[in-house]
Design a protein around this ligand. Structure first.
Ligand code: PLP
Length: 511
């Protein structure tokens, strides 16, 4: 059993905690200064030594190395000694997202001002659930949401909330869609009574290339994964309107209740954008809740040269947009935007200690009423900070530039005989391809491409992703980093060709 000793001198005892917090007293200020100084120095040293995106170590090697980490002790230890150890073990074995060759996933380098904002967010630790825990922050978040609804051209009466990302935003969208449909169609209150008897007939439509979180949401919403009906895509990986009509009519004929249509604005692999405007019309005609998953592609709203690709998004009932992708924010940072603020009522629950009913009448904003989380970070601050400091023009230039590099990379691939591109014209900034021999199709192509991706990762010189196109293994570049140049991409492609040739050679010898 633990023993708690209370010191004879309570004042001195209290003071022994002073250096652990930042406050107006000397002890706290001094400790903060020292901590920031050693942190800054260590991080500068670390970044100056960074030459590769990854150490190249295998999972087993990292696990073994981390076993040597010192355990938690009763007495604690010096921050700078601890930091040294952290750097040598954990940080040095991280994937360095700021490296120009780390271009695998939808995983962005965070902008510098957001790092400062993260510190401020943590330091003030505002909690966005009730106004009295975030008296000014609540208004900043609301202001940011307003800015976003304006960018997306949503009409007056729209609203939104910051979320942990696309997963949460898609879930909230489908939850509101389900509950508003059940109320209108069956006069049934899901919030109070749970799912209606017809629940196994409720259906969600989306393309077969929609994000897996649509299915995950359906399962978590008690509708089951089979509630999601997948619509075929066209040759550009966009939802096929013709198949949508067929699937929809079939559902109706079977006596089922399709209630939502999810459009994807930027699929994870091809970055393709469903025909947003046509789908808006279809949804309206057929009384479907229109949710646009713009987690990836939503950032095009900042680009004058590409924002027309989003036409139709302004008609959505709800939108998911992520800032920890093409808005260069640290994870996690996303938003859920809602056309009609009234629909947030399906998330509303009152707790006497937090958001009592009477506060609503007095106009006190409790943002807990707009989301599924309770305690929530002031993530709106990092988006605001970077928009203010960097300015929208630079954002636009960064996004546009990555599109140019992606397009040039696709052109380059087109000229290479032993690399086969999968998307001739990348819609966003992903480029899919695979190594294939000049002599024509080779056996074990999947295995060879898998090996190439792994060998690159375990060398640590470049991180590219691997995915499947029509069940075959492909490699993927996701060029989010505006500092990645065409020569970086050329270098990676040359290395891929070299590794691919080696893999073929190896098979020739061993077979
Ligand atoms: C990234 C992504 C998601 C998931 O979002 P998280 O922020 O990872 O929760 C959903 N949909 C699309 C299209 C995405 O790109």
């Amino acid at each position: 059993m633990r023993r708690f000793e209370v010191n004879d001198d309570p004042e001195a005892y209290k003071q022994s905690f002073d250096h652990l917090f930042l406050h107006s007293g000397q002890e706290g200020i001094k400790a903060f200064e020292e901590m920031m100084e050693s942190l800054t120095n260590e991080l500068i040293d670390f970044h100056m030594q960074q030459t590769q995106p990854y150490s190249g170590k295998s999972p087993a090697e990292i696990e073994r190395e981390l076993k040597r980490l010192k355990p938690v002790s009763e007495q604690g230890e010096s921050f700078s000694l601890y930091l040294k150890e952290l750097e040598e073990t954990v940080l040095s074995n991280s994937l360095h997202v700021t490296h120009t060759n780390a271009i695998g996933h939808l995983h962005c380098p965070p902008l510098l001002p957001t790092l400062a904002a993260e510190l401020i967010i943590a330091m003030f630790n505002q909690s966005m659930d009730s106004w009295d825990q975030s008296p000014s922050a609540s208004f900043v978040e609301e202001k940011m949401i307003q800015w976003l609804t304006q960018q997306f051209n949503l009409k007056a009466g729209s609203s939104g909330t910051f979320s942990s990302g696309g997963t949460q935003s898609n879930y909230i969208g489908l939850l509101l869609a389900r509950d508003s449909y059940c109320e209108k169609k069956f006069n049934h209150n899901v919030q109070k009574k749970g799912l209606p008897p017809q629940s196994n007939k409720l259906k969600i439509l989306c393309s077969k290339e929609a994000h897996f979180t649509v299915i995950k949401s359906a399962s978590q919403l008690g509708l089951g994964e089979e509630a999601v009906v997948k619509v075929e895509t066209d040759e550009d990986h966009r939802l096929s309107l013709q198949d949508l009509e067929e699937k929809f009519n079939q559902l109706r004929q079977n006596g089922e209740f399709p209630f939502a249509l999810v459009a994807t604005c930027g699929t994870t692999d091809f970055g393709s954008i469903d025909p947003l405007e046509d789908l808006a019309v279809f949804s309206k005609e057929n009384e479907l809740w229109y949710h646009v998953d713009a987690a990836f592609g939503g950032a095009l709203i900042l680009s004058d040269s590409h924002c027309d690709k989003l036409t139709g998004i302004e008609r959505a009932d709800s939108i998911a947009v992520d800032f920890h992708k093409l808005f260069y924010q640290p994870i996690s940072c996303g938003a859920f935007l809602l056309k009609d603020e009234n629909n947030f009522k399906y998330l509303n629950h009152h707790a006497d200690y937090l958001n009592p009913k009477e506060d609503k009448e007095e106009g006190i904003p409790h943002l807990v009423n707009k989301t599924i989380a309770t305690s929530r970070r002031f993530d709106a601050l990092k988006l605001w900070t970077s928009l203010r400091v960097v300015g929208t023009k630079k954002f636009q230039e960064m996004i546009d530039h990555t599109f140019v590099i992606a397009k040039q990379s696709a052109d380059l691939i087109d000229e290479m005989e032993d690399i086969e591109g999968a998307n001739r014209y990348p819609e966003l900034n992903t480029v899919l391809f695979r190594f294939n021999s000049k002599e024509g199709p080779i056996k074990e192509l999947d295995e060879i491409n898998k090996q190439i991706q792994q060998r690159l990762l375990y060398k640590g010189t470049a991180f590219v992703a691997k995915t499947k196109v029509n069940k075959e293994v492909y490699l993927k570049l996701t060029i989010l980093n505006p500092r990645t140049s065409l020569s970086d991409v050329t270098g990676i492609l040359q290395e891929i060709r070299r590794l691919g040739t080696e893999e073929i050679e190896y098979r020739r010898v061993t077979i």
